[in-house]
Design a protein around this ligand. Sequence first.
Ligand code: AMP
Ligand code: MG
Length: 427
Amino acid sequence: MSAPPSVSNVLSFEDARRVVEQQAALIRASRLPANKTESVDLLAAADRVLSECITADRDLPPFPRSTRDGYAVRSPDLSQLPATLEVIGEIKAGEGLDRIPASIGPGQTVAIMTGAPVPAGADAVVMVEFTTLREKRVEVARSVVPGENVVPRGAEARHGSVLVDRGERLNQAAIALAASVGKSRLQVFKRPRVAVLTTGDEIVGVDATPGPTQIRNSNSYSLAVQIRRAGGEPALLPVAPDELHALRRLIEEGLQSDLLILTGGVSMGRYDLVEQALSELGAEFFFTGAKIQPGRPVVFGKCGAGGPVRDRPATYFFGLPGNPVSTMVTFELFARPMIEALSGESPRNLTFLHAWLKKEIRVKAGLKRFLPAILSGEFENSEVELVAWQGSGDIAATARANCYVVIPAAREHIPAGEWVAVMRLDC
Ligand code: AMP
Ligand code: MG
């Protein structure tokens, strides 16, 4: 058996992330053809990536808006308190223009509701709580500064200005903003197709009855979930055996997609053939390992392959270690940014929280660690504790966990009570 021809290139976590970000930037710069977009209903656009710009169809707010129920006043009228003003009308939210006084003069006021337009002449709103109405006159017990309780026309956005930029993933606020400017359909990027290729002679399908030394394929399913969450469309390939010819054929099939994610077969074992198969197909490797735990043997590269894929740009691939927790962690750290870039999304950082460590952790220095843990409490009372686990093959432990505690590579001892970084599993 010949060794893989590639030279081993194990990077620090930070360098490996940088390499991924560099490649993701190249994708963003080069691979966003306009025909990879589609028009969808406003609600179907939630969590998709915007491929157009949403602009303001008029000034926001379109009129000086009262933010309180009260009285629209000329602020100098309230320099002497209490002040008594003549009430010349009432303006409800949505009031017709014909019912709004053209202007209010000195000593005059109008009753006004939250969301209603402040009439010309008035420069502030005094809250109803500071007033007493007596027939057609109101006594005001508090002064206001100019502009108080009024949002000027166009203060939130000017007509024509960009509200949500191309490349933004659409959250509820962006959807609300689109609704507010009358966009009932939005142009979004199509989801990239991500092939998933699990490898291993011992792996059988979910519906199979495993033999005594076989295990069911779970990685394809965790990956499919993570790919969907990252914005991709998973395409599960048949399980590849630890045999070069069949493995190569399935890799070639996977390279037809926008991204190929393999699991298993990237460690040092005699039957870990993924790197060799990729090398034989002419792959370029950006790294063949990262100093992390779990997930050290992770591989990243790109491959044009022979035959039917020659006419397209090289396809990026990841070889993720087969241990289920390693597969999940390395996906989040490295594959997710590439799927986001292929989805047209602008770069974003890993999201993490902080929490107090409940029990000390002792590890060997040298690897940045992502250890399954349980986060409890909220905000300044957040606490985190490692789950007991049998190593990176222990899916049951990860299912009990709701986060990973992140330990910097240089640390050996994290005492209880330290404020540690935590990566959520579900975002
Ligand atoms: P490997 O990376 O191929 O050396 O596999 C490491 C460990 O992960 C082995 O115990 C495999 O049986 C297990 N494994 C590999 N692929 C899968 C999979 N698709 N689902 C569940 N476990 C797997
Ligand atoms: Mg294997």
